[in-house]
Design a protein around this ligand. Structure first.
Ligand code: ZN
Ligand code: ZN
Length: 298
């Protein structure tokens, strides 16, 4: 697997081996992130889900192949809301791979999505859905769509959140963020760039208005105040092309990282696959691995 360094040998004496850790892990990647298309991969060694399908089926196949991830591992798709950058490639992906699509009725209706076969599955807020050994939970978020949700995906005791397209960090978001070992977190705009930029007033108001997008400052504040001690990766996502800059986001968050690996998801290509392993695993503590050393797993 690309960017998948073998763990340091010292961890695996006493008959511990790499496959043990692979069995305890989640693998995550942003296949694309931004207003031009969102698609997030989260899986264990056997099965995976995609959250949102905002890029074409062909691009998903191409990027998964580059990451050495098999399309056959994808067992279901979860749709957060009906904006085009989250559903653009859905029809063609579902048609080709006959995947179940977890989506609510308002999102289907407002997204004008019709499927010839019975592929859609409804879900309700806070319900836990099992896809193989993965457990997915949806919770409502503040965004200007018909019925928008964020998701967490867990496997064993490891949890990853996908938190983009959020107007404000509501209580739901804070509570879920506090439980994540890794999170895709929206850092959509820099306040000054948005204010000084040439977007029309109504669009600026929509973005900042509480049902639009999270700013860098809001995302950083959420991270600083609520990140759990066991969080290892933060993947800054859904960056605006016009009102943000990847370098700015990287510098801003790195200053406050305190051992968390900061990644900025691209609008144009996939990130590497990150290997999320529970630091609360007693075997890891037993071997006195400091959080910084977890980066060797990436
Ligand atoms: Zn979006
Ligand atoms: Zn949206």
């Amino acid at each position: 697997m690309k960017n998948f360094a073998k763990p340091p040998k010292l961890l695996f004496n006493n008959s511990l081996n790499f496959s043990f850790f692979a069995r305890m892990s989640l693998f995550v990647s942003s296949l694309n992130s931004g207003s031009n298309g969102n698609c997030y991969y989260i899986g264990n060694e056997n099965e995976a889900v995609l959250v949102d399908v905002g890029i074409s089926c062909r691009e998903i196949e191409r990027r998964m192949k580059r990451l050495d991830l098999s399309m056959q591992k994808i067992k279901a798709v979860f749709i957060s809301h009906e904006h085009t950058d989250h559903i653009r490639g859905l029809h063609s992906l579902v048609k080709k791979y006959s995947l179940p699509v977890y989506i609510t009725t308002p999102t289907l209706k407002f997204g004008r999505l019709y499927f010839k076969t019975d592929v859609t599955r409804n879900f309700t807020p806070h319900e836990t859905i099992s896809v193989g050994n993965l457990k997915i939970t949806a919770f409502p978020k503040l965004h200007d769509a018909s019925d928008p949700y964020s998701f967490t995906i867990s496997y064993n005791d490891i949890r990853v959140g996908v938190f983009t397209d959020i107007g404000l960090p509501c209580e739901n978001l804070i509570n879920h963020f506090k439980q994540c070992h890794a999170a895709f977190l929206e850092a959509n705009y820099d306040d000054e760039m948005l204010d000084k930029g040439n977007y029309p007033f109504h669009l600026k108001r929509r973005i900042k208005g509480g049902k639009g997008h999270l700013s860098n400052k809001q995302a950083l504040d959420l991270f600083k105040r609520h990140r759990p001690s066991f969080m290892t990766h933060l993947i800054l996502s859904h960056l605006s092309q016009n009102n943000n800059c990847p370098k700015l986001v990287e510098e801003l968050f790195t200053q406050h990282a305190e051992g968390v690996k900061m990644i900025v998801a691209s609008r144009h290509e996939e990130t590497p696959v990150y290997h999320i392993t529970s630091t609360s695993n007693p075997l890891i503590h037993h071997h006195s691995v400091q959080p910084a050393q977890m980066e060797l797993f990436v």
